[in-house]
Design a protein around this ligand. Structure first.
Ligand SMILES: [Zn+2]
Length: 430
């Protein structure tokens, strides 16, 4: 990701050095000149008053341009009072499939995002073997590898640049399906081969989200093996750690161990303590990362600057109830006896399971973001507490019924205010 970001800056600066002041002499006419803006080039330097010249899709000059050349530009934008800067890179998106539906990506472009990084635990490829060849939004899956997915994106046309990680769980599903067992040696080799192929197709590294099955089935040793496969390509190990509640220090330790043993850099995603009962321990977490860095491990973390996180109501289902995959989980949610057992575990917790319900301490802070069925549309933007009141159900039943109606997936936003503290000044967080 930093590679991609550096690329943008280097591109601008390099082209500026090559062309500044000389393009006019070569008889080139600028397609676009942005004048009177304050240029922030992303290098960390302060803003400068400068013009920016563009030919085709490339910046060819930054600085004081020849007035004659400026005058002949095909288009001039007056950016007085505005900042001119390289496009933003959204380093963590889930646009893998939405970009196939609408490649114009207006929701990103209009915020200034010109590069999206995809494949944040589940990637669009590989999609083959035991993995079900299906995709949301009624998309027809006509690709098997990450490379073929990129080609499909290009064929459809997209307005943003993209990069993607390859998901550890993606390759696991291709070889093992939804089974929770250990892979055999040949299966492990097949998974590594899939990671290698994805890296050859241009993946940025290996990603994983260890909070939710079947991601949770990866052992540390398996993660080290899979992460080793990205090393020859200079890839990164990108991890949603195993828990953001009790045991977070161990989870951070695991991420650092994978990086150390696989000899790859690691980035810890969304660094935070989500369980409000544990707030105050952030210093320990940061010290662990700092300590690793001082031992030579290339460890970094990123964070979001807001006080809620997007997840899915399915994360409220305990791991045992997800065993065997999607359909089996839905069957358990429909079965009254199993449903009560799920509810009991949700309220009481299970040792070793990061329980979002206990972490967010209450249903008021858990809001349904989107649904697929018309019947449930009225619940979008409402908290589980409100939905329970409106439907006359107990909150847990409201959640489980929604999951059943929505085929096991209900994107939701949960509040965990306060978690941002203590990290802002760290040099190793993005
Ligand atoms: Zn994430």
């Amino acid at each position: 990701m930093s590679r991609a970001r550096n690329f943008v800056f280097v591109l601008i600066i390099a082209l500026a050095l090559v062309c500044s002041g000389s393009c006019r002499k070569q008889g080139l006419t600028y397609d676009l000149v942005i004048v009177n803006g304050r240029v922030v080039d992303g290098s960390g330097a302060g803003p400068i008053e400068a013009d920016v010249a563009v030919i085709g899709d490339s910046v060819v000059g930054v600085g004081s341009l020849d007035p004659e050349a400026r005058g002949q530009a095909r288009r001039v934008i007056d950016a007085r009072g505005l900042v001119v800067c390289p496009g933003f890179i959204d380093i963590h998106t889930h646009s893998d499939y939405p970009l196939l539906v609408d490649g114009t990506a207006q929701s990103k472009i209009r915020q200034g995002v010109t590069t999206e990084i995809l494949g944040e635990s589940d990637s669009a490829g590989p999609i083959q073997g035991k993995m079900e060849r299906s995709a949301p939004y009624g998309l027809h899956v006509d690709w098997r590898t990450l490379g073929e997915y990129f080609k499909r994106l290009e064929r459809g046309g997209i307005s943003v640049n993209v990069g993607s990680f390859v998901g550890a769980t993606q390759v696991r599903r291709c070889i093992l399906g939804e089974e929770s067992r250990e892979p055999t040696r040949p299966e492990m080799e097949q998974m590594k081969q899939l990671v290698t192929e994805a890296m050859q197709d241009g993946a940025l590294g290996l990603s994983v989200a260890l909070l939710v099955p079947p991601n949770t089935y990866h052992t540390t040793a398996q993660l080290i093996e899979l992460a080793s496969a990205v090393k020859p390509f200079g890839g990164l190990y990108l991890t949603h750690i195993r828990t953001e509640g009790e045991g977070i220090e161990t989870a951070i330790g695991e991420a650092l161990e994978v990086a150390e043993k696989a000899q790859v850099p690691v980035d810890i995603l969304h660094l935070k303590i989500a369980d409000r009962r544990l707030w105050g321990r952030m210093k320990n977490v940061c010290d662990l990362i700092e300590g690793a860095r001082s031992r030579g491990i290339r460890a970094s973390a990123d964070q979001y600057p807001y006080v809620a996180g997007q997840n899915n109501l399915v994360a409220l289902v305990p791991p045992w109830a997800m065993e065997g995959g999607h359909e089996k989980m839905l069957a358990r949610l429909r079965n009254p006896v199993e449903r009560r057992r799920i509810e009991k575990d949700l309220h009481a917790g299970i040792p070793g399971w990061f329980n979002h319900y206990l972490a967010m301490s209450g249903w008021e802070g858990c809001v349904v973001a989107s649904v697929r069925t018309e019947a449930n549309r009225k619940y979008e933007g409402k908290s589980i507490a409100e939905i329970a009141r409106l439907s006359g159900k107990r909150p847990a039943d409201a959640v489980f019924d929604l999951l059943v109606d929505e085929q096991g997936s209900v994107p939701a936003v949960s509040a965990c205010a306060g978690k941002v503290r203590a990290r802002r000044t760290r040099p190793d967080t993005a």
